[in-house]
Design a protein around this ligand. Structure first.
Ligand SMILES: Cc1cc2nc3c(=O)[nH]c(=O)nc-3n(C[C@H](O)[C@H](O)[C@H](O)COP(=O)(O)OP(=O)(O)OC[C@H]3O[C@@H](n4cnc5c(N)ncnc54)[C@H](O)[C@@H]3O)c2cc1C
Length: 671
């Protein structure tokens, strides 16, 4: 095991990024014209990077598997994007955003990167406003902000419930300008299937044209991976169906270390699974927890009566309801962070109090908010002695204004009116804090190979705060990578075009083709989804919200067995020289089947509870925090970066020791 060098610049935290920018090597504009950069992924991270690098003068080749960058998974982001602009005058600052992010991540992120993130966060908002992103504005026309979990200020900029979509349209129009100028060559419907290294440096990729099946070679002086997170390793998640880990996993196999794979965010407010034939889960925004109260019945006979539809939740008396978050965490109540809320829901459901037919649902109830807002409105409008119905109606109108689209979405999926019956929610896989290890320059352990956005192990430690993913992706793409990559490329100004007619490209292309041929020729009997679902079940049951040594060991064995069965029995219909969704999925699931095992191995190694990673052996045994997560800073204040060695079980651990000089390590308490 070696210790990793994060290449964090020396000097005080506040000056590191400025000093760094002053001291790096630059590439002059004429030389930039001779340098090619490949950007794989055109979501918010990749789209913003491609546009900015092309604007700077580099020749960019950008790739995505959708038919347009506009359809990247980033479009799904609802709630907002954080920035420390302090427009609300409520005491925000770069330091506070830095502090909240490190604390929210349970002290498992790198201080210098997070501080830089906070520093550039304000620039993102200015940049997006200049692009025309329609952020919400207050009555006077100034940009509005709202609050998200784990913080004491309002720093979340938003565009209704469509923030990701609007930001992506901004990045996409910036890209389009460069596509029009010929500075970005856009390859839609192209999937990167491997990276090519020449003399240890990333110099190209191999892609498959998803419409024609053609396999192509592309070369460049540097390669940037911006391919999103790997939450779909669980099969069911709030991620887009196509979200996958293939690019990240392929570069891992070619030398890029994979960091903290077990750090996953399970979001507490999602629409529960309805049965075995479901392939997607839907997020209900975190903002709902501002007004909704979460509960389950106290009495088992009520639970059973509800499941048998003999009674409705509204018929259960107030004193027979267990508002378990308010009971367990009086200080934060329903607004505890995501990891805490998710575990508490699981605890109640595991104890048998789940309220739907699968036993995996709790209520999110707005009745108290209807009453509170209704009474306020009656006062504002001078309505004397309003009836209960009138109050409810007035309150419902306010909730409709705030969250109408979410209520409508819920009703469409569940076919129940959430204004009349409390919503049912349950935790679901949502985001992956783990990912490819990168240094301060966002470079992986392979020279010239960069990784940005959700695909890298990012700045969120063991738990991401709401509205911070968009901030990180755009910070990486608009404001960090364009500097750091220039420092590296300044050595490449005399290299000239990279040829694709070399043995290195021949070899990797052959590997890609061999694998495709294997899938097409394998005479298996089972669909790709059969294996993906099986993997997802093991991941959820044994590497999910609660993890323990015994089950993690079982998970590793079981995942390996599924993988072996996959290679014998997978059946891919159709042809390779045409659009073939099953073939695409086969490649992605093959990679998930390896990543899943490394994920379990990482979870096994980290015998502490921190953030979204809850080891059942590592809980507080006494005192006020009894039963809560017990973080172990003495033994585990490091980033785990895994080196590929063939089988995932044989991966070698490298540690990046985390140092906290500008923040005091404390236990997170929400009691
Ligand atoms: C429902 C939902 C709501 C969310 N809401 C918020 C929110 O309000 N605020 C917030 O901060 N975060 C939110 N998040 C998280 C946030 O949306 C994501 O973390 C972020 O958008 C990821 O951006 P990205 O650019 O890294 O990746 P993505 O947007 O996932 O883009 C990945 C890109 O890579 C391409 N790609 C992938 N693999 C390949 C390959 N092999 N070859 C070629 N191209 C490839 C894809 O085509 C795509 O262009 C939400 C997440 C979900 C699921």
């Amino acid at each position: 095991m070696t210790t990793l060098n994060s290449k964090v610049p020396k000097g005080p935290l506040k000056d590191k990024w400025t000093t760094y920018k002053n001291e790096i090597d630059l590439v002059n504009p004429a030389n930039k014209r001779n340098i090619d950069i490949i950007v794989v992924g055109t979501g918010l991270a990749g789209g913003s990077a491609a546009a900015t690098l092309a604007e700077l003068g580099y020749n960019v080749k950008a790739f995505c598997y959708q038919d347009s960058p506009r359809r990247a998974h980033s479009i799904a982001a609802q709630g907002g994007i954080n920035a420390s602009k302090n427009y609300m005058g409520d005491g925000d600052s770069d330091y506070r955003l830095f502090y909240d992010t490190v604390k929210g991540g349970d002290y498992r992120s790198r201080e210098a990167n997070v501080y830089r993130l906070a520093e550039v966060s304000g620039n993102i908002i200015d940049q997006c406003v200049a692009q025309g992103v329609p952020f919400a504005r207050d009555y006077g026309g100034l940009l509005d902000c709202r609050s998200f979990g784990g913080v004491l200020v309002s720093r979340t900029f938003y565009a209704k419930g469509q923030t990701g979509q609007q930001l992506l349209l901004g990045a996409y129009s910036a890209m389009n300008r460069q596509i029009g100028r010929g500075k970005i060559e856009m390859f839609n419907r192209h999937e990167m299937l491997d990276v090519v290294k020449v003399d240890g440096k990333a110099r190209g990729i191999i892609t498959r044209n998803l419409i024609t099946g053609e396999i192509d070679r592309h070369s460049a002086h540097a390669v940037v991976i911006a391919t999103g997170g790997y939450g779909n390793v669980y099969f069911l998640s709030t991620n887009a169906m196509g979200s996958n880990a293939t690019a990240a996993w392929k570069i891992h196999k070619k030398g890029a270390y994979f960091a903290n794979p077990c750090f996953t965010q399970i979001h507490p407010t999602c629409i529960p699974r309805s049965g075995d034939y479901q392939s997607k889960l839907t997020l209900m925004s975190e903002s709902l927890r501002n007004d909704g109260r979460i509960w389950v019945p106290k009495k088992m006979e009520d639970v059973l009566a509800i499941r048998e539809r003999k009674i409705k939740p509204n018929q259960i008396a107030e004193e027979d309801r267990d508002y378990y978050l308010e009971r367990r965490y009086p200080a934060f109540g329903n607004l505890v962070p995501r990891d805490v809320a998710s575990r508490a829901a699981k605890e109640r459901c595991d104890a048998g109090y789940g309220v739907n037919k699968t036993g995996e649902a709790v209520y999110l109830d707005f009745a108290a908010a209807f009453e509170r807002y209704g009474n306020e409105q009656a006062k504002i409008h001078g309505i004397e002695n309003p009836s209960k119905e009138k109050i409810t109606k007035l309150g419902v109108d306010i909730i409709k204004e705030k969250y109408g689209n979410l209520f409508q979405m819920y009703e469409k999926i569940i076919d129940e009116n959430p204004y009349e019956t409390p919503m049912m929610i349950y935790p679901a896989t949502h985001y992956t804090m783990g990912g490819i290890w990168v240094d301060y320059n966002l470079m992986t352990t392979v020279e010239g190979l960069y990784c940005i956005g959700e695909a890298n192990f990012s700045d969120h430690g063991a738990n991401r705060l709401g509205a911070s993913a968009l901030m990180q992706g755009l910070a990486d793409g608009y404001f960090v990578l364009p500097y750091t990559i220039g420092d590296y490329l300044s050595d490449d100004i005399r290299t000239g075009e990279i040829s694709t007619d070399t043995t290195e490209f021949d070899e990797v292309e052959k590997e890609v083709k061999d694998r495709i041929n294997f899938f097409m020729n394998n005479k298996g009997t089972k669909s790709v989804d059969y294996f993906h679902k099986k993997l997802g079940k093991v991941m959820w049951d044994k590497v999910g919200m609660g993890r323990n040594e015994e089950e993690l060991k079982e998970a590793m064995v079981e995942i390996k067995a599924i993988r072996e069965e996959f290679w014998k029995e997978v059946k891919v219909p159709g042809d390779k020289n045409e659009m073939n969704l099953e073939l695409e999925k086969a490649g992605r699931v093959a990679d998930f089947l390896e990543l899943g095992e490394l994920f379990a191995k990482d979870a096994l190694d980290r015998n502490e509870s921190c953030g979204g990673h809850f080891r059942e052996e590592s809980v507080e045994l006494d005192g006020e925090q009894k039963g809560e997560a017990n973080r172990n800073d003495k033994d585990y204040a490091y980033v785990s970066a895994w080196e590929y060695k063939g089988e995932p079980s044989e991966a070698v651990l490298h540690k990046e020791q985390l140092e906290f000089n500008d923040i005091e390590l404390k236990q997170r308490s929400y009691k």
